[in-house]
Design a protein around this ligand. Sequence first.
Ligand code: ADP
Length: 621
Amino acid sequence: MCLALWQVWLTVRLMEQDRNLELQRSRERLGQIADLALAQLSRSLANWDLGLRELNALPPVSSTQARFPPGVTFFLISQDGIKIHPQRPLLFTPAPPVELTKTPGAFETADELELREQQYERAIAALRPLTLAPATRPEALLRMARIENKAKLHEDALDTYKSLAREAALSPSGTPYALLAASATCRILMDLGRRKEASAEAELLRNWLLDGRWRLSREAFEYHWSELDRLGAAAGPPPRSSIDFSVLVGDLYNRWQIAQSRGSSPGGRESQPNSSLLVWNATSDRLSALLAPPDWLNTTLKLPANSGDVQWRLLLPGMAADGTGLTVTRSLAEAQIPGRLEFLSIRPISGTASNRRTLLLGGAGLMLLVILGSGYVVYSAISRELRVAQLQSDFVAAVSHEFRSPLTTLRTITELLAQNRISDESRRQQSYVFLDHETNRLHRLVEDLLDFGRMESGRKQYRIEPHDAFELVRATVADFSEHAEAQGFSVEADLVRPEGISASTVRVDEEAFRRAVRNLLDNAVKYSPACRTVWVDGAVCDHRVLISVRDQGMGINAEEKQAIFQKFVRGQAAKKAGIKGTGIGLSMVRQISEAMGGEIRVQSEVGVGSTFTLVLPLAED
Ligand code: ADP
């Protein structure tokens, strides 16, 4: 037991050590995986830098683009303007073009008529020739439409704005004439109560603003966007991503301006709040940049093969690491990106550990089994030996007792006779009979023990001869009856051969056979304290002779029915009832019946009685 406990303790300690070792190895392995992944990330980013420098024209040549993750947006900012690939709308532009008035003083007359004299028709007439010259046409149309509206010629004004909407030029304020025309059209329609038409026009205007149809300053965009609600379009705030993108481009443009003014070549990598990555590179004459989408790390960071279930997450500055389970963190400073990467593994990465643990558990289980198994074997061997030793000591005590009582009686009577103290002749005769009886009993006991010893050692010689079994039983019963009757018992024998059976001859050793029958009769009397009759039956059946000795005594319980045929074994009920015996009677019966090719059977029920049947093969003719 102690050994088994020690074994369990040792296994637990070994597994604990093994787990710690495995944890340490897994942490080292996770560190290696993190370092390899970061090295690979740095290489990819360096490759992007290289690609960016080679980027002279947009769209980039396919060989260059292959270096970058999918979803990347490229920018090229130079004197030629801002090129974006793939094309994305800019809600507002960092450097809106400015139009200088090409024809100063051309509108003085019209202004005079409109503003001072309020002669609208004459003012319109003064403007009409100016609508024909390309240089003055957009401005003339704008003024004309305004005056027509003032003069309540609304339909004319709407027509004029329609013409103006087709113009591509910019007004002196930098706002495109087309935008001014669109918003003025909406306003007139609203004033006229034509709300539906006004909303449709405003919706159109909203889409144009979102498509980046015009190069607007941020202020112009925000002004016109805020106007949309008044003009009948439910605009809401402009999309955040479009605003962010336009701001980012504006910011890049400013950096290029600074680089240009300083003649320097800055550049760098920056994580955006939405996790996208900006990589840029400026020279005095251009700025090239790329914006990788928010999932750029997923597509760029490659974990080495055999990384198991290792996962990672980006910790932007200010974010705390998870820290639970097996984790390592690595700064992204080397890759020139702010933040850290956290690598975590749910299960240990070391593959050999589970095999080792299985082996360890298997070995420990096997050892435990061996210990418990051998413990059980030793325990059962010891308890068997103890049982045998107990049986033997019971046997010695029983035999001693069997000897002591007749010897004491013999001694007493012999002394009385020797000292001539029994004067009465009839009592003296009685003493001689008693002496004879007790001597016979002792003789039988000694014979029994000697025979038992011979049988046990295999030295017993049998004189096997044909005998009529019924005759032998009859003679044995006759001998036994004398002794039984003295104790108040009667034996009822039924040994008549059934009709048609000519012989009951068996090949047996006469003395041994009679001893077996006598032992059965002895037991029947001994274990039948209440009923004073025992029955002996003879039968011939299937070439076998069956001799049964039946009593209505205490019976034998089911568990003991087989054991009582072993030497020294005595029934519990017999011992409890204080019935004396040595436990060798039935063992001898079994050995005798087997030596003669037969067997002994028992049927018994506690409190009802027992029947022992000696079965012997019928002798052949
Ligand atoms: P012994 O009678 O000396 O104890 P045996 O070998 O003759 O030894 O019998 C073994 C045991 O079998 C007895 O102790 C008794 O418990 C049981 N036994 C034998 N014969 C009978 C019987 N006729 N009725 C009840 N129990 C019996």
